[in-house]
Design a protein around this ligand. Structure first.
Ligand code: NAP
Length: 471
């Protein structure tokens, strides 16, 4: 059991009130965190404002980021166990998340070192002749970061590491279900020599803390990863801030008749159910060309049945619990709804103990929730298609647009899908659940309005200032 305090202005702070963090697997108390409210959030903003009055040079910011990367690598096991305990993420996936956070910090350190403006070719127009022009990249100001439960370490890293690279102080509000990984990361940042006020962490009631972050004019950018309604509402409420949204998806993938079916089946069986489908790019809708529909399922279904369902702390487990009982019940209700609408369960659909088994559904109508909403559970649909036109239309037939994928050996099919799938990213011969941390990652349509990945986030977190010199 770990008790963790808030981090405000370099001090670890208690408030007298605590939030219990419980294992989603067995309900055991994993730890407690001090609970903040509006008052602590304002103090955190004061501390961030003070910190930014004394900018840190790029080489110091980069060195701190490198030291955090090294500390994460050293403590990977400890970090992974924290993720597993509070999020119920199987250890296999928790280790991957912990090692990805090392990459995120390493890439952010690179960005800190190369952050620079451009030279403007002033004499390219008559108006500019005789002048020298260049741009500076200025930190945008205080960044408010709000993160979700499902990647409690690496999605926090994707906010706080680029912010430091850009020279911005941060007030972070992690998800209430999973604040321990974020506070562990904050500890590593302070041990790495981050001066007081550059990172402040407040945990507590989302609406109360969110209101302060939205209303305080010192916050210049809100970076939010989470659900669609909360994200777009925040943006609506803060029209004068930059509000960067990384939201949900109902991830489609197309399997063409010429695909390597063994490879596609293996990759998709792993990526539809990892962390019980609670990834924003978990494979949810698989469209398979008619001629290979049965052949694909012959390969795919046994792999799904083989997935180990159980205790996330067990190193053999592939699929653990959903984050809460109410989420498990919601996903079960969506499965039932699809069945009532004529769908058929090909695998899973029921519980193993308290855990929902990986579930594959055929014949789900396009308007069933499992077909068009984000399930965020261990469920995928399989649907045959006749032509690439039809497959692309089906994949695009959603309000989401984060990532999509295609399996094919034909480069023309791959490039057509890449052009016509209306998503922020398209993977070819890889599940659309794939992400490397230096990639530009983000969505279109309801899925968001920005790209993360340190190089892209740093651009968002800085303003371009043009300097013109009369020669
Ligand atoms: P969520 O319920 O929207 O919560 C996300 C964060 O927002 C939490 O810290 C939450 O705090 C906070 N929050 C809730 N209401 C708020 C308000 N009124 N003002 C300010 N903050 C507020 O999402 P979730 O269930 O944790 O995460 C799942 C969602 O995230 C899925 O839709 C998933 O697709 C999406 N996601 C997207 C990406 C991406 O990169 N595109 C990555 C991962 C997840 P509390 O915890 O205290 O409620």
């Amino acid at each position: 059991m770990t008790d963790r305090q808030l981090l405000i202005g370099g001090e670890w702070v208690e408030t007298g009130e605590w939030i219990d963090v419980r294992s989603p697997y067995d309900g055991d108390l994993v730890g407690r965190v001090a609970q903040a409210g509006g008052e602590e959030t304002r103090r955190a903003l004061d501390a961030a404002e003070r910190a930014m009055r004394e900018p840190l040079p790029a080489h110091e910011r980069a060195a701190i980021l490198d030291r955090v990367a090294a500390a994460l690598a050293d403590r990977q096991d400890d970090v992974a166990r924290t993720i597993c305990a509070e999020a119920g993420k199987p250890m296999k996936a928790a280790w991957v998340e912990a090692s990805r956070a090392v990459s995120t910090y390493t890439m952010a350190a690179v960005e800190a070192r190369k952050l620079a403006g451009d030279v403007v070719p002033m004499d390219a127009s008559p108006a500019g002749a005789g002048k020298l022009g260049f741009t500076l990249r200025i930190p945008i100001g205080i960044v408010a970061a709000i993160s979700p439960f499902n990647f409690p370490l690496n999605l926090v890293a994707h906010k706080i590491a680029p912010a430091l690279a850009a020279g911005c102080a941060v007030v972070l509000k992690p998800a209430s279900q999973t604040p321990l990984s974020a506070l562990l990361l904050a500890e590593l940042e302070t041990e790495a020599g981050l001066p007081p006020g550059w990172l402040n962490v407040v945990c507590g009631p989302a609406a109360e803390i969110g209101d302060v972050l939205v209303e305080d004019e010192r916050v210049k950018l809100i970076t939010f990863t989470g659900s669609v309604p909360v994200g777009w509402k925040l943006r609506e409420r803060a029209p004068r801030k930059r509000v960067n949204l990384e939201l949900g998806n109902a991830t489609p993938v197309i399997v063409a008749a010429d695909a390597d079916l063994d490879d596609a089946a293996a990759r998709l069986a792993a990526s539809a159910f990892s962390f019980a489908g609670q990834s924003c790019i978990s494979v949810q809708r698989i469209y398979i060309e008619h001629g290979v529909y049965d052949a694909f399922l012959e390969r795919f279904l046994p792999l799904v049945e083989e997935l180990e369902v159980g205790d996330p702390a067990d190193e053999d487990t592939d699929v653990g619990p959903l984050i809460s009982e109410s989420d498990r019940d919601r996903v079960r209700a969506w499965i039932q709804e699809a069945l009532q609408q004529g769908a058929e369960v090909l695998a899973g659909g029921d519980l193993e103990g308290e855990l929902l088994r990986p579930t594959v559904i055929a014949n789900a109508p396009p308007d069933a929730k499992v077909s068009c909403e984000e399930v965020f559970g261990p469920v995928c649909t399989v649907t045959p298609f006749d032509s690439l036109d039809e497959a692309i239309a089906l994949a695009n037939g959603t309000r989401f647009g984060l990532q999509a994928g295609v399996f094919t050996r034909d480069v023309k099919t791959a490039l057509r899908a890449a052009r016509e799938l209306e998503f922020g990213g398209v993977t070819v011969n890889e599940a659309p659940t794939f992400r490397a941390d230096q990639m530009p990652y983000g969505g279109v349509k309801d899925s968001g309005n920005t790209r993360e990945g340190p190089a892209y986030a740093v651009r968002e977190m800085t303003e371009e200032r043009v300097v013109v010199l009369q020669l």
